[in-house]
Design a protein around this ligand. Sequence first.
Ligand SMILES: NC(=O)c1ccc[n+]([C@@H]2O[C@H](COP(=O)([O-])OP(=O)(O)OC[C@H]3O[C@@H](n4cnc5c(N)ncnc54)[C@H](OP(=O)(O)O)[C@@H]3O)[C@@H](O)[C@H]2O)c1
Length: 284
Amino acid sequence: MTTTDTIADTIAAQLPAQNPEGKLTGRVAFVTGGTRGIGAAISQSLARQGAAIAAGYAGNVTRAEAFAEEFRFTHADDGVKVTLHRGNVGSGDDCRRAVAEVIEQHGRLDILVNNAGITIDKTVAKMTDDDWNKVLSVNLSGAFYLSQAALAHMLERGTGRIINVSSVIGETGNIGQANYAASKSGLFGLTKTLAREALFQLARSGKLSDHSIGVTVNTVTPGFVATEMLQGVPDKILEKIKAQIPMGRLAQPEEIARVVHFLAADAAGYITGQVWGVNGGLDM
Ligand SMILES: NC(=O)c1ccc[n+]([C@@H]2O[C@H](COP(=O)([O-])OP(=O)(O)OC[C@H]3O[C@@H](n4cnc5c(N)ncnc54)[C@H](OP(=O)(O)O)[C@@H]3O)[C@@H](O)[C@H]2O)c1
């Protein structure tokens, strides 16, 4: 046995054995934009670990209901529950109402995944105030409103996980994406501040112990992922993008989801305020 194994075993032995069946059994996760694309993969991935899912969406009812139907079919035997929550994450009122609705319907909220996001691509010269404000409000303000509401509940209970879905574009910038890049790099500062405040508040209320799974806040930064978001990108540009990715291909949504469920686990309790790249080596 290596030293690393010994340390891992010691830590595992100290963690509360709350999840004998699945790593997230008994947990409730709210995934915004959780009914299609990367969000749907995150919902399914957390559910496979045993978490009940509250999936948010903006207005595509057909896709949301199809997602819920497929989910219920897949989880007919394990009894893992799903609920749908419609709302605009760019509205503070919608966000507060959605978090209250999830807690009311599931009895708790353990994991918040701020995944909903949009693009309105134009060069800076052509970008209107409205193009700028819409993207910032959905991608950045939405994560703030939802985290604010969820954090109050998590701090009261002493446990929780918040995972923001940013983008490699937040690190590198991109022509035609000033609004998107700014919203996605804004998530880095939000993540680190939420992470610090969460631990500060836990310590102040005496809920931060050596054995606690704590309240952590992290960000995942996908590279280019094969979802509908990329469907508007012309094939020629997509080929150019792929040529720049050391891995030589787009990511599959499940490859992003894998990192999210890793960060959501009780055993990831010592990881907070971090930015996790999942980009095929794009930012090396
Ligand atoms: N695809 C990529 O290459 C890529 C790369 C890096 C980062 N990301 C990020 O990953 C996240 C998911 O991307 P995706 O490609 O899976 O997107 P997508 O396929 O376009 O799905 C977006 C999801 O967000 C929801 N949504 C959009 N606007 C909303 C709003 N105002 N309020 C509430 N929900 C809203 C949509 O709901 P409806 O179904 O009702 O429309 C949908 O469920 C985004 O934050 C995106 O920026 C994506």
